[in-house]
Design a binder for this molecule. Structure first.
Ligand code: AKG
Ligand code: FE2
Length: 333
């Protein structure tokens, strides 16, 4: 059965040539919009990832009232219950079969939002994990700058630096309960409806043998994205899946691809060999956004400027330049 042919890169191996890795990253971002980053603990310690999954299980197992006290707000932070979100409302009859909890950035080690009391003893762990994700996305943004020959190569990295202002970046825990036998109607077959992500980059952590994610190919065919692609089976953790979001695609005139994806119940015709787990599924996403007030001016890269794809930033003087937050607001409506 066909699976997504997404390249696996090792960006934490110091013996690798940085420019070469950066170019491979850019080519994968152009062709697939998705890239696997080998996870050998070099950038994010393996026990930090495992710890985040344990914490996630504790959080979703907390009493309903505790989670309801933290309901998601307009600022996109907090808990959303089953079928609250519908990522593909045109094609879905019911909401996504999932619960989510969104963490915004902490300030001085403290959450800026209500946290279920059951997990308050883990707040510093959440803060640390958020920071690991933030730092890895800075590294990825730097590599994209190098790979696209942006002048200066720190252009994208600087656009995401906390020191330059607040961003809408979110660390999201996701819990997809197993499907009760009695609800096996076709419309219940969606854990997360078809969508593309809004920000610049997303990093996704998954658990071994917990498949379900699919991407839509340019040929309009859905293919599964294996959790552990060839070459990663003996790594201490599955690779981190990185994908390009709508903002970065817009900013690069469509050169970098923001690929539509969804999460389905496994066991269907698209299931990956050896990945047929039917339990509840947990995943963790970090949605990276630039500094909110940052104007999305033309990327100083010949390759980006020379690419005439769909949409894209306006030439100076042509139209109002959007800020990162204005771009996000447009995506919300
Ligand atoms: O859970 C997953 O595998 C993907 C989730 C996702 O695409 C999202 O939350 O944007
Ligand atoms: Fe997504």
């Amino acid at each position: 059965m066909a699976v997504a042919n997404i390249p696996v890169l090792d960006i934490s191996d110091p013996s690798q040539d940085e420019v070469r890795v950066a170019r491979d990253l850019v080519e994968a971002a152009i062709e697939h919009g998705f890239i696997y980053i080998k996870n050998t603990g070099g950038d994010i310690p393996i026990d930090a990832v495992q710890g985040a999954f344990h914490l996630s299980k504790e959080l979703f197992a907390a009493p309903l009232e505790e989670k309801q006290q933290c309901r998601i707000q307009k600022n996109n932070k907090g808990w959303a219950g089953m079928q609250y979100e519908s990522l593909d409302p045109k094609n879905q009859r019911s909401g996504d079969f999932k619960e989510t909890f969104n963490f915004g950035e902490f300030a001085s080690g403290q959450p800026q939002q209500p946290i279920p009391p059951s997990i308050t003893h883990h707040t510093s762990q959440i803060d640390t994990f958020y920071d690991h994700c933030y730092n890895l996305t800075l590294k990825l943004n730097h590599l994209l700058g190098i790979g696209l020959n942006v002048n200066p190569p720190t252009f994208f990295r600087d656009a995401h630096l906390r020191a330059n202002g607040a961003s809408s970046s979110i660390l999201r825990l996701l819990y997809y309960p197993s499907l009760p036998m009695t609800t096996a109607q076709p419309e219940a077959n969606v854990r997360a409806g078809a969508h593309s992500d809004y920000g610049s980059l997303t990093m996704l952590f998954r658990l071994p043998r917990q498949p379900g994610l699919e991407i839509l190919l340019p040929s309009n065919k859905w293919v599964p994205v294996p959790v552990s692609p060839p070459g990663t089976g003996s790594d201490p953790a599955p690779p981190i899946l990185v994908n390009i979001g709508d903002l970065l695609s817009y900013w690069t005139n469509g050169l970098l691809r923001s690929t539509v994806h969804r999460v389905v119940f496994n066991g269907g015709e698209n299931s990956v060999k050896g990945e047929t787990d039917t339990d509840a599924r947990y995943s963790i996403a970090y949605f990276c956004h630039p500094v909110g007030t940052l104007p999305l001016t033309a990327v100083p890269s010949e390759r980006v400027k020379g690419f005439k794809g769909k949409g894209g930033v306006k030439e100076e003087g042509e139209e109002k330049v959007l800020t990162a937050d204005e771009h996000l607001m447009m995506r919300y409506v």
